[in-house]
Design a protein around this ligand. Sequence first.
Ligand code: ASP
Ligand code: MG
Length: 407
Amino acid sequence: MARIVMKFGGTSVADIDRIRNVARRVKREVDAGHEVAVVVSAMSGVTNQLVAWVNQLAPLYDAREYDAVVATGEQVTSGLTALALQELGVDARSWQGWQLPLVSDDAHGKARILSIDTAEVLRRFAEGRQVAVVAGFQGIGPDGRVTTLGRGGSDTSAVALAAALQADRCDIYTDVDGVYTCDPRIVARARKLDKITYEEMLEMASLGAKVLQTRSVELAMNHRVRVQVLSSFEDKPGTLVVDEDEIVEKQVVSGIAYSRDEAKVTLTKVADKPGIAAAIFGPLAEASVNVDMIVQSSSEDGQTTDMTFTVGKADMERATRLLKSGAGVTGYAELISDPNVVKISVIGVGMRSYAGVALTMFQTLAEKGINIQVISTSEIKISVLIDEQYLELALRALHTAYGLDRQ
Ligand code: ASP
Ligand code: MG
């Protein structure tokens, strides 16, 4: 007997037939003798609609009321899923975040989970295996009001519940059948990975592979929750997200991710003296503009250098405006911004012990005549910023160069 958390995303609960399908899958695990908690998202498109209504009415909305509105999608699907299970003769009940309770902080709209009380769910498991159907994405804040965990947050609800229940597995059912070496819509020869490490998944998720909410991967890594990503429409194993020790054949590069949500900002001829970086990036940080890659060129004349960095596309205007208004403090010759860039990253825990991974990337891009504008690296990742128009060409070439192509 195992204890399992099964999470179903929006497309898996998109209509009544699909909710019936979910109930059949859950029943299978129950019939196999397992203790099951289910976490559901809202029906696909519903959260977007709810967010749109809030914005339409009040663009500068009160985040507590935003949460009151957007948390409702999951209330509907949790109730419907419990009903579908009951129709199949499975004992089940729905739980809203506040009923467990799943307690969060008060950062409405992007709240963090503080604790989950599982006592009652566990008591019902022990008593007669009642299935708990938990509304994902939502909790209750210290002010006693409904909170939500940020878009895609029901992944995090599921992993947190799995950790709190000390579940053997957290299965995340979605509309793709696992995690791929690269986006299969662009790279036709991308392969599904059987296993990926938490660290790699974390990089993939934060770099734009939208299979799992980044925070859910962090949580899984910290609590060593075994996560499986799989399709709710097919009957085959998905991708296991696990500890590095569990991966026998380590690839040097496991996957290639990309993000279109990048914009490049360059300040030319800023003074080359202590305190300048702080003067440039301080106001951006205060305005919650996230800066990602940064390069500072070496000073030719010993007086000035160029500073280039990237921000999210949506923040480009705000960043340039802030820099222009602070120009007197920092001083520069020219401010150039460019939203037509993408970031490509090759990721793999094997990089820690192999040299030459970066060189392969640089040579491959050079052979295609693609100019690298900015480079950044971490222990298990190398990222480059290139012109947006070469995205597909670069991804395919790199995928082949690292031996990732499906045969
Ligand atoms: N329904 C929420 C959203 O669309 C939460 C989730 O699906 O994970 O963001
Ligand atoms: Mg999702």
